[in-house]
Design a protein around this ligand. Structure first.
Ligand SMILES: [Zn+2]
Length: 119
């Protein structure tokens, strides 16, 4: 169940960004999860509330963007991979050992609640 620790580190990163921006509360965050990463989006979603509890993200909405795998075929250049086929070009079946995209797990966007300024 490593999604729990991933949810925690995402929460950490989001809190840092929030502080850098001088915000107090996050209303939504968007996370990019590669289809080829070992992260299960549903599990991450399930783990998030516990990780965010007691932080400025406690009531934030979690959006997950699934990033498809892109490999580099020697013949066709970058091609979108199919999980069921493994690291092979879906057109010509040549191995595409290099994964260009699709194994990431990163914070994409943070929606920060407008802070009530009293000046
Ligand atoms: Zn190919």
């Amino acid at each position: 169940m490593h999604e729990a620790s991933i949810a925690l580190s995402l929460t950490d990163v989001a809190c840092d960004v929030l502080r850098e921006n001088g915000g107090t509360r996050v209303t939504a965050l968007t996370v990019r999860v590669g289809e080829w990463s070992s992260v299960v989006p549903e599990a991450l979603r399930a783990a998030f509330p516990a990780a965010a509890a007691g932080t400025p993200l406690a009531s934030a909405r979690l959006n997950i963007i699934t990033v498809l795998g892109v490999g580099e075929c020697p013949e066709h250049g970058p091609v979108t991979l199919e999980l069921s086929k493994g690291l092979r070009c879906p057109i010509c079946d040549l191995p595409t050992p290099k994964l260009l995209e699709g194994d990431e797990l990163e914070l994409d966007e943070l929606e920060i609640a407008p802070s009530a300024r009293t000046s």
